[in-house]
Design a binder for this molecule. Structure first.
Ligand code: FRU
Length: 475
């Protein structure tokens, strides 16, 4: 362990005991203490799932980035390991930024962005971002191998390498900013050290952003999906309401050929807090994705408790024949289910009904009969801070949070599916809610900060019919 990592480890173990745990997650990955943002280096290695993440161990705010590290057998019970990377080389002196991991010849290889200023750090003119390599045999301690790709001439923002194996070579996509245009650049290598520049794989059309962060490129259902997090796309109506988005474009690609886009940019998650998702392959072939469940510049009330940031649940990705990416919670989540309570509600008419006294870690299942429901508003409320309801007039499913004491009030919503029933799987943890709509059709993820945790069902100005309603208590 380097002395910087050792110092940070000591500080974390002391701070860990001082956390206020009221909003600390029970089955999501969060830092032991301090700050977390993007998931990094998600990989299966040596019989374990490994998750790394952007981490500032020294405070609850973003700062010189380290790579936090945890591992799990089931993607739900996480064991923290020592910090994997600290900003301590000439190539990453101001931060070890986001990146990915692959396994090569029995070694775990981390490919990440070295972030450094040459001179005054207040100007981006002095910013350089380069791609770096670090390797490990035991999956705990990493040897820095230094820079493997320099900043392209004239560029400053060039980061978040995602590496994968295709045929007989390694490929890498990197996010970049070319003046005011977001880009994804492509590289190829035989050995992870020497990289050949294969040009620009995709770039922003008008209105698609000035910087594309955290690109990922993978195959599903015979198509290639370019997933990325653009900065600088404007909000329009109900769409792209968050400061930055995460989404995808579907197309076709083969090594040596351009990426032929078949679909427009689509957002992946319609809640308040979802950013910088990264995917990886499970040993059984599933493509799993996790994102950062927070948003840049959003208030994070848990900072006063000694920590900040968490990752979403792992979600299995599939692609429909009409090029829509679907997300479903991984099946491992079912192993957390303890006892189930059924709520015999049936019909609600101009009323609210308390169904649970305290919902901390719960998976709520609701099946609304849309065809038989005419209420103007019907849904689920967690005390009076969070509501998930159908707005019958707007024909939308709305996720609303109302925590004025923290400056967090507002709604996210999606068009109501055209189906006769609306099936919702809703995962609550101490400070988060993730809503899966009609078995993968849509997903909304938001941070919530409840003071009390009673759940009620309601229907106003009319009636609403439930075909199924209940909750699993999760371990
Ligand atoms: C995305 C991001 C990445 C960068 C990292 C820095 O949230 O801005 O582009 O590598 O966070 O922490």
């Amino acid at each position: 362990m380097t002395s910087l990592i050792e110092k940070a480890e000591l500080a974390l173990s002391q701070k860990r005991d001082q956390l206020n745990l009221r909003w600390y997650p029970h089955y999501h990955l969060s830092p032991r203490a301090g700050w977390m943002n993007d998931p990094n280096g998600l990989v299966w290695f040596d019989g374990w799932y490994h998750a790394f993440y952007q981490h500032h161990p020294w405070s609850t705010k973003w700062g010189p980035m380290h790579w936090g590290h945890a591992r799990s057998r089931d993607l739900l019970h996480w064991e923290h390991l020592p910090i994997a990377l600290a900003p301590e080389g000439p190539e990453d002196k101001d931060g070890c930024f986001s990146g990915s991991a692959v396994v090569k010849d029995g070694e775990l290889a981390l490919i990440y962005t070295g972030h450094k200023f040459h001179g005054d750090p207040s100007s981006d003119d002095n910013l350089y971002q380069v791609q770096c390599l670090a390797t490990s045999r035991d999956g705990r301690e990493f040897q820095r191998q230094g820079q493997v790709i320099d900043t392209p001439a004239g560029m400053h923002h060039f980061r978040d390498p995602k590496v994968w194996r295709e045929g007989d070579a390694w490929y890498m996509v990197v996010g970049a900013r070319d003046e005011e245009t977001g880009q994804v650049r492509l590289y190829r290598s035989e050995d992870l050290r020497e990289w050949q520049d294969c040009g620009v794989l995709a770039e922003a059309q008008a209105g698609q952003g000035f910087m594309w962060e955290c690109p990922d490129f993978f195959t599903l259902n015979g198509k290639q999906i370019l997933m990325f997090s653009p900065q600088g796309m404007a909000a329009s109506g109900y769409d792209r309401r968050n400061l930055f988005q995460s989404g995808y474009i579907v197309g076709g690609w083969q090594p040596g050929e351009p990426f032929r886009q078949e679909s427009a940019f689509q957002e992946m998650d319609r809640g308040h807090d979802f950013y910088a998702p990264q995917s990886f392959l499970a040993p059984d072939g599933r493509r799993i994705v996790m994102g950062w469940m927070a948003m840049w510049e959003s208030p994070m009330p848990e900072q006063e408790d000694g920590w900040a940031g968490m990752l979403t649940l792992p979600r299995e990705l599939t692609l429909t024949d009409d090029n829509r990416l679907q997300m479903r919670p991984v099946k491992e989540l079912e192993s957390l289910r303890q006892n189930r309570t059924d709520w015999r509600v049936g019909e609600l008419r101009n009323e609210a009904k308390r169904v649970m006294e305290e919902c901390i870690t719960g998976e709520v299942i609701l099946k609304w009969d849309l065809a038989a429901s005419d209420a103007e508003q019907f849904g689920l409320a967690l005390e009076d801070g969070m509501r998930l309801y159908v707005d019958g007039q707007a024909q939308r499913l709305v996720l609303e949070r109302h925590y004025p004491q923290y400056g967090l009030c507002g709604q996210r919503s999606i068009p109501l599916p055209q189906s006769a029933t609306l099936e919702l799987r809703i995962f609550f943890d101490s400070s988060s809610v993730e809503v899966f709509v009609n078995d993968g059709e849509a997903c909304l993820s938001s941070r919530i900060y409840p003071q009390s945790r009673q759940l009620s069902l309601f229907a106003w100005s009319g009636s609403a019919v439930l075909q199924e309603a209940g909750a699993w208590h999760l371990e």
